[in-house]
Write a protein that binds this ligand. Structure first.
Ligand SMILES: Nc1ncnc2c1ncn2[C@@H]1O[C@H](COP(=O)(O)OP(=O)(O)OP(=O)(O)O)[C@@H](O)[C@H]1O
Ligand SMILES: [Mg+2]
Length: 242
């Protein structure tokens, strides 16, 4: 990773047919930030996350990840950047049925050139890190929702990506399991990961150091540009990267 911002969106728009899912979005995310992207259903949050995660390309505008203009990368370079720099967590966990936690996580390293024993050792370490050392051999149907999400997080952070993108990570969870998952994201942030949490829950968003609000595809408010109470942008940023 280089010195500049982890994510830079400049004038990014995305249209699907006649739907303008994202309009002219400018966003800079610095290394070590923890922020929420918040907005109602259909406001463009997942669209933005998919573009930040290089899973989708913008219709117009520039996307830089770790300083790389993604439009200038070949598919192969883009896959490499994504594999090395970005971890994803989704609302519905995306765990294959019947596959034990340890395998779900270690399969994330299948193409890393590591031996099976080494992949399993790292996977076990990641599962211990999320507090699931006692559930290594459980299959998804034997895990609670919160545990499933922690397996998904273990898989996402296995290769220690500097950027973690979480799309409604607590959306399918009750408030207690949701709180455990949020604590875990805070912990990863303290350990140095840049964490972006997408949520429609304004309370969750307000509890994070930086909040970016989206409405109808546009960024309507970003605490990094200062808070309405007069807190200057620099103070917000300092808090967000603490
Ligand atoms: N592949 C697609 N084709 C057409 N329209 C799409 C597509 N993906 C998203 N949209 C539209 O773009 C808008 C933004 O969608 P997006 O999924 O980004 O919303 P969201 O903020 O993540 O909503 P939610 O909170 O419900 O997940 C919506 O109006 C949606 O219908
Ligand atoms: Mg969404």
């Amino acid at each position: 990773m280089t010195a500049g911002p982890v994510v830079e969106l400049a004038g990014v728009s995305k249209t699907y047919g006649d739907v303008r899912a994202l309009r002219d979005a400018d966003l800079v995310i610095h290394r070590g930030e923890l922020l929420a992207v918040v907005g109602p259903s259909g406001s463009g949050k997942s669209t933005m996350l998919n573009i930040m995660g290089t899973l989708d390309r913008p219709s117009t505008g520039t996307v830089r990840i770790d300083g790389h203009d993604v439009a200038r990368l070949t598919d192969r370079e883009l896959s490499a950047l994504r594999a090395q720099a970005i971890g994803f967590v989704f609302q519905q966990f995306h765990l294959a049925p019947g596959v034990p936690a340890l395998d779900s996580v270690s399969d994330g390293l299948l193409y890393s050139g590591r031996s099976r024993a080494e992949r399993r050792r790292l996977a076990e370490r990641a599962l211990r890190r999320v507090g699931l050392g006692h559930r290594l051999h459980h299959q998804p149907h034997q895990l609670s929702g919160g545990e499933k999400q922690r397996v998904a997080i273990a898989r996402a952070v296995l290769g220690d990506p500097p950027l973690l993108l979480a799309d409604e990570p607590t959306g399918a969870l009750d408030s207690r399991s949701g709180a455990v998952v949020l604590d875990l994201l805070h912990e990863l942030h303290r350990a140095g990961t840049t964490v972006v949490v997408i949520t429609h829950d304004r309370d969750i968003a307000a509890a994070l150091p930086r909040e970016v609000r989206i409405k109808d595809g546009g960024i309507e408010y970003d605490t990094a540009r200062g808070r309405p109470d007069g807190t200057p942008a620099t103070a917000v940023l300092e808090e967000a990267t603490r």
